[in-house]
Ligand binder design. Structure first.
Ligand SMILES: C[S@@+](CC[C@H](N)C(=O)[O-])C[C@H]1O[C@@H](n2cnc3c(N)ncnc32)[C@H](O)[C@@H]1O
Length: 347
């Protein structure tokens, strides 16, 4: 009998339930010294293919020779998974739990996602947030370490015809460059939010929004919250790096008319969206009150019996090292008096 015919006979059995019958065993023994027999044995007994090399030990050998050879074969043929021939899976920091569709909609509403946005969903699961953002016209990117989820995302994306606006990265979210994102969505864990916090503050541009489902960022308070299906959704706006020393000028004229000008020095420190520090007017130090920064919009109040009475409320926006804005006297029931222009440069 030829090897070919044995293979044919065994192949015919392939789709049937395999029973290690006596005749099949005999058939294999006839070709026991060739690799085919080893594979056949493996199929019959369910031995993994990489272990089936043992079957190639000739039956003619004495039992001690056989044991010796089997031992060597055993040493040569280790399970490749043990040898880590396959790349180890990237560590998964959060288990997969999908966000329900109503909450997805509420998250995108809270972030005010529009067709001007680039949204990143960190740990995208089956891609439902990415798909919903793409449907609103945004360019959306999903990031996940789970390859199976990424394939699922891509298939769903094709089926929905969103491939032009949605894409997926098989990566850890700690290794992704977020500098182009204007919106980041999270449904992770409190500890992972905290680990991601410095990356978000560093990578994202001022004004970018971060929305998290159910988990906050500890001492970084949210700028807004919403609730949906018993979930709290948190929103933060990335604050600009306003800290430093600023040389400013206030112009008391209003609208097009130029007025008296006076100098104002600012020494600012930022802690998340809170701004603290001092202002210097005519050699006097005045402590900043109610200092805040939301994206690139700064606001603070100055009060001093000699220089700022009534108190003055300043608002301005920051572009790199330039600050520009307006200030007005503050009355008990709101802002009062004409708006005066102010501006400054960072020293
Ligand atoms: C709770 S699920 C959220 C899924 C999706 N964002 C949603 O809201 O429906 C978290 C996802 O994060 C992924 N994940 C966990 N650790 C990760 C990591 N280090 N980098 C990227 N993705 C990760 C998991 O595979 C899982 O799909």
């Amino acid at each position: 009998m030829h090897t070919g015919s044995v293979i044919c006979r065994l192949r015919k059995r392939r789709n049937r339930p395999v029973i290690a019958s006596k005749s099949a065993e005999k058939l294999i023994d006839e070709f026991v010294d060739c690799g085919v027999a080893a594979r056949c044995r493996a199929r019959l007994h369910g031995t993994p293919r990489y272990m089936s090399r043992q079957a190639s030990i000739p039956t003619s050998a004495t039992s001690s020779q056989r044991a010796d050879r089997a031992d060597r074969v055993e040493q040569d043929w280790r399970d490749p998974r043990e040898l880590q021939i396959h790349r180890p899976q990237v560590r998964r920091d959060v288990p997969y739990v999908p966000t329900d569709d109503a909450v997805v909609g509420a998250m995108l509403d809270l972030a005010q996602v529009s067709d001007h946005d680039v949204l990143y969903d960190l740990g995208c699961g089956d891609g439902r947030i990415v798909h919903a953002a793409a449907k609103r016209g945004a360019r959306a990117v999903g990031v996940d370490v789970d390859l199976q989820r990424i394939h699922e995302c891509q298939e769903n994306c094709k089926r929905m015809g969103l491939s032009r606006r949605a894409s997926f990265l098989h990566k850890s979210f700690f290794d992704v460059d977020l500098s182009e994102a204007t919106v980041v969505t999270l449904y992770l864990l409190p500890s992972i939010n905290l680990k991601l916090r410095p990356k978000l503050l560093w990578d994202l541009r001022p004004g970018a929004r971060v929305v998290s489902n159910n988990f906050d960022m500890k001492e970084w308070p949210p700028d807004a919250t919403a609730t949906m299906n018993y979930r709290i959704l948190y929103k933060w706006t990335i604050p600009a790096w306003v800290q430093g020393r600023w040389n400013c000028v206030v112009d008391e004229g209003h609208e097009t008319r130029r007025g008296r000008r006076w100098r104002l020095g600012l020494n600012l420190a930022r802690h998340f969206q809170r701004v603290r520090g001092s202002a210097f007017v005519s050699g006097q130090e005045v402590t900043l009150m109610e200092g805040r920064i939301c994206g690139d919009q700064i606001s603070f109040t100055l009060w001093h019996p000699q220089h700022f009475l009534p108190a003055m409320h300043f608002i301005g926006h920051l572009r790199g090292n330039i600050l520009r804005g307006t200030c007005r006297a503050k009355a008990a029931d709101g802002l009062d008096g004409p708006a005066m222009a102010w501006g400054g440069v960072r020293r």
